[in-house]
Write a protein that binds this ligand. Structure first.
Ligand SMILES: Nc1ncnc2c1ncn2[C@@H]1O[C@H](COP(=O)(O)OP(=O)(O)OP(=O)(O)O)[C@@H](O)[C@H]1O
Length: 323
């Protein structure tokens, strides 16, 4: 349903410095799939999510490639065409989404405004739909008469999710939707989201820096590093063993929960500066398995039986590189 092909996003600053935040990304999200996107801070996750929804200010960036939603290229669409498509076909929920409500409007009004703007039906039908959505996110419809400040963070995020579903979108992009919430509320919201997704059959792109949360929430996972997807797989395949050394390192950060002493490990070093030209594999300085070819050639995405990986270890296994 969603197909992203060779997507590049480069931010331009006034001082001539540019940052390549998304560098040739390819993937697709089939209908009704819960896809996770994970990676360290600054690897380009939000830029990718925003680029798909065409929510980036195009005057300050260069964007190329295509984002096909049921065959229609969003990158080529005019602002008018995009306005019709947002909420209706694609909706986005942000980490700060719960603070994005208008503080002087009751919750109900925030739903009504979106529905009216998209020409949605009679007042009674609207009211019925809004109440039904609130029940879907396990909130009492009486809360529709509340102002945003009267709700807790978890409740507001549930409302933000309900609002994103108001026009029955085909794809919902959630960017760190639970990061500001405690782990118990996080888990409850993820479970609710899975339930909603199964029931309403939309596709999800769930963006988070928390691999543990993504593994719990999603069916498939994409791992992003320095603007590229370095591994993509169904969760159960990834849990059998990561292929890319970066994914392996991310997984090992969680340690063994059964161990007597809980130790948190980090990944030594830091991600590369995306404003500088990169040569070879961008993970080389932090990779314990790097070979000389990794310093020279950028690994390309290699399609596997149930996923994909961009790492020379796999090119080598297939006889592609000798060093
Ligand atoms: N408006 C902008 N102008 C210039 N550079 C930007 C802009 N927004 C993001 N960047 C840069 O693009 C790169 C990717 O940032 P992005 O926010 O997409 O990453 P992220 O993985 O979502 O990180 P985080 O989880 O911290 O939000 C970073 O180097 C960041 O500094």
């Amino acid at each position: 349903m969603l197909e992203v092909k060779d997507l590049w996003v480069k931010y331009r600053s006034q001082h001539g410095r540019s940052v390549s935040a998304v560098r040739g990304v390819n993937f697709s999200i089939p209908d009704g799939t819960f896809m996770g996107l994970v990676g360290e801070s600054g690897c380009g996750k939000s830029t990718l999510g925003f680029a798909i929804a065409r929510l980036l200010n195009s005057q300050q960036l260069e964007i190329s490639g295509s984002v096909l939603l049921n065959g229609e290229d969003l990158i080529k669409m005019s602002s008018r065409e995009l306005r019709k498509l947002r909420w209706d076909k694609i909706a986005i929920v942000l980490q700060g989404g719960m603070n994005a409500f208008n503080p002087v409007l009751k919750i109900k009004q925030q739903f009504t405004d979106v529905m009216k703007a998209h020409g949605q039906g009679r007042a009674e039908d609207r009211d019925q739909r809004i109440a039904e959505l609130l029940r879907h996110v396990q909130l009492d419809p009486a809360l529709l008469e509340a102002y945003p400040h009267e709700l807790s963070g978890g409740m507001k995020q549930r409302v933000a999710i309900a609002l994103s579903l108001v026009l029955n979108p085909e794809l919902v992009i959630l960017d760190e939707p639970t990061t500001a919430l405690d782990v118990i509320v996080q888990k409850a919201i993820v479970e609710m989201l899975q339930e909603l997704q199964r029931h309403m059959k939309f596709s999800v792109l769930f963006i988070s820096h928390d691999l543990g949360l993504v593994l719990e929430a999603a069916e498939r996972v994409m791992v992003m590093y320095a603007g590229k997807i370095v591994e993509e797989e169904p969760v159960e395949v990834l849990l059998e063993g990561a292929k890319h050394p970066y994914t392996e390192a991310l997984l090992s950060c969680y340690g063994d929960p059964q161990a007597k002493e809980l130790r948190f490990k980090g990944i030594p070093g830091s991600p590369p500066d995306l404003s500088k030209p990169l040569q070879g594999c961008s993970f080389v300085p932090r990779c314990s398995k790097a070979m000389s070819a990794c310093r020279e050639l950028e690994p390309q995405r290699l399609e596997l039986e149930r996923g994909a990986v961009a790492c020379h270890l796999y090119t080598k296994m297939q006889g592609g590189i000798g060093k």
